[in-house]
Design a protein around this ligand. Structure first.
Ligand code: ATP
Ligand code: MG
Length: 172
């Protein structure tokens, strides 16, 4: 299966992590590669160690791109994302994993860190036995077309609108 979680509502990464938890319970081996997010920036980077080696999480990013506090040149973000995709490709083809999750991959494409065609190529190279999960806002039509299951998280309400920033354990 190719599964895609997109939309402007909260829950895309959380859904992918929930899927990972379920798959591990069934004896499956799961790899999550995160784009944009940097190591240690979210709770799952610490809980993943507890599910090791059945669950592996690698955050390949350098943090928010082009926002206040971003000290990295665009090229550095791009290089990190490209290396992340290459790693994902190698691991997906290794035969070692049942589920491979590319978290925030749609955002990496939308920000111009990854070429859409490279992500499409990776999907097309997916071995039959591997389930591939993609997440991120504003998924391109090409990705939607290739997915077997697409869920769009739609924002009904988010506390961000009332000026509430990310809460530890809930958002990060
Ligand atoms: P989560 O990681 O909580 O499942 P997500 O993967 O659906 O969220 P992203 O677009 O990856 O959402 O953004 C990650 C961060 O942005 C999280 O801290 C999340 O709470 C927050 N967020 C998600 N949706 C919204 C929204 N509509 N408005 C403001 N912040 C949001
Ligand atoms: Mg997310």
């Amino acid at each position: 299966m190719v599964i895609l979680y997109t939309g402007d509502g909260k829950g895309k990464t959380t859904a992918a992590l929930g899927l990972a938890l379920r798959a591990v319970g069934r004896g499956m081996k799961v790899l999550m590669i995160q784009f944009i997010k940097e190591e240690g920036s979210s709770g799952e980077h610490f809980s993943s160690a507890r599910l090791h080696p059945e669950f592996e999480l690698i955050a390949t990013g350098k943090g928010f791109v082009g926002m206040t506090g971003d000290t990295h040149p665009f090229e550095e973000h791009k290089k990190a994302a490209e290396e992340g995709l290459e790693l994902a490709r190698e691991r997906m083809l290794s035969g070692e994993y049942d589920v491979v999750i590319l978290d925030e991959v749609c955002n990496a494409v939308n920000l111009g860190l990854l070429k859409l065609e490279d992500v499409v190529e990776l999907i097309d190279a997916k071995p039959d036995k591997v389930h591939l999960v993609l997440t991120g806002r504003d998924a391109n039509k090409e990705l939607i077309d290739r997915a077997d299951l697409v869920t769009e998280m739609r924002k009904v309400k988010h506390p961000f609108e009332k000026g509430r920033w990310a809460r530890i354990g809930i958002d990060i």
